[in-house]
Design a protein around this ligand. Structure first.
Ligand SMILES: C[S@@+](CC[C@H](N)C(=O)[O-])C[C@H]1O[C@@H](n2cnc3c(N)ncnc32)[C@H](O)[C@@H]1O
Length: 254
């Protein structure tokens, strides 16, 4: 399996320490994905939770979901992320929240990292857009689940039509690999998952981004940082309204 040597690029470009501060200000403390804590709680409500279950959090970022799974759902979480900036900060916060016994934070690439055991649940939010070898990724995730285990993730997707030049250059700038919601569903089935649910939640994505924009003036960010985020958020809303950018919610079992 080819490794994803994207880690330093992520730290130097998209997930700089300053960039993370901006993302957190708009998403919520400890979160770098749409809707922050509130949306994470809504997604968690889709599942039945069992105290003591083992969870792999792929691309844990600053750890928000991992902390919630440990403190609110009683899970034992193994959290992995390719970005040093993310995982070093997440590990500090984990210690500060007194969750080190329940959450293990590791720096690594999900494509090559040797996992310590299989898990009851794999959770991931807005991570697989960074990973080009989706078929290889889904095989690894399938093999990392116990029989009966569940994979739950959300991700940026694309629409079915030929992309505009603007959309293509956005995808290229961030090095993303975006597929349609249906293509992800098929890839999951091809990797051997069953009970595949692939839902297009783009309207929800648009609503979340409008809500975050409304909250932007209440953050402690400088005017310049707010202006930069506003431009980015309006672009995301525009791409989603034009149907080029989609948001998928996925669940599957082994
Ligand atoms: C948009 S952030 C989401 C972080 C977190 N899931 C959240 O919801 O706040 C994407 C994360 O995926 C991580 N990532 C990207 N490729 C990865 C890989 N191959 N293995 C592990 N983590 C990866 C990035 O470093 C980044 O922290």
């Amino acid at each position: 399996m080819a490794s994803n040597d994207n880690g330093p690029a992520l730290d130097d470009h998209q997930y700089t320490v300053a960039g993370l501060r901006s993302y957190e200000a708009i998403y919520a403390r400890d979160f770098v994905s749409p809707g922050g804590r509130r949306t994470t709680a809504e997604i968690f409500d889709e599942l039945t939770w069992r105290p003591g279950q083992t969870v792999l959090d792929v691309g844990c970022g600053l750890g928000g979901a991992a902390f919630m799974m440990a403190s609110e759902r009683g899970s034992e979480v193994y959290a992995i992320d390719l970005s040093r900036n993310m995982v070093d900060e997440a590990a500090k916060r984990c210690h500060g929240y007194g969750l080190s016994a329940q959450v293990t934070m590791v720096h690594g690439d999900i494509l090559t990292h040797e996992l310590p055991h299989q898990f009851d649940l794999i959770h991931s939010r807005e991570v697989f857009l960074h990973i080009h070898d989706k078929a290889g990724l889904f095989r690894i995730l399938r093999d990392s689940l116990k029989p009966g285990g569940t994979l739950l993730f959300t991700d940026y997707c694309c629409g079915p039509d030929q992309p505009s030049e603007a959309f293509q250059s956005y995808v290229t700038e961030f090095g993303y690999d975006l597929r349609t919601v249906d293509e992800i569903g098929t890839l999951l089935t091809d990797a051997g998952f069953g009970g595949v649910s692939a839902m297009d939640q783009t309207q929800r994505f648009i609503d979340i981004h409008h809500r975050e924009l409304e909250e932007l003036p209440n953050t402690d960010l400088s005017q310049a940082d707010q202006d930069e985020l506003r431009v980015g958020w309006l672009s995301k809303i525009d791409r989603a309204e034009r149907g080029e950018q989609r948001w998928g919610w996925f669940q599957a079992t082994v």
